[in-house]
Design a protein. Structure first.
Length: 74
């Protein structure tokens, strides 16, 4: 938990989503679909792996991608 608290990838990706220069009205659904598929892959990886570090890295990426979706979906 120290890495997610120190770096806070969720906050960074959420903040960065506001600076991405694309027309969200046109591309939002596609971006949401792609990120959701990525998240599903990360959850499946966390389920299948026995390596705790790989599982933790997948969790950090999942959390960052989830926070990235918050400003897009609103």
């Amino acid at each position: 938990m120290a890495v997610t608290r120190l770096v806070s990838p969720g906050a960074l990706t959420s903040f960065a989503a506001g600076f991405v220069k694309i027309r969200w009205a046109l591309w939002a659904r596609l971006v949401i679909a792609v990120v959701t598929v990525l998240q599903a892959g990360l959850v499946f990886l966390m389920y299948k792996t026995d390596d705790i570090w790989l599982c933790y890295a997948a969790f950090v990426l999942f959390r960052g991608s989830y926070q990235f979706l918050v400003p897009i979906a609103t």
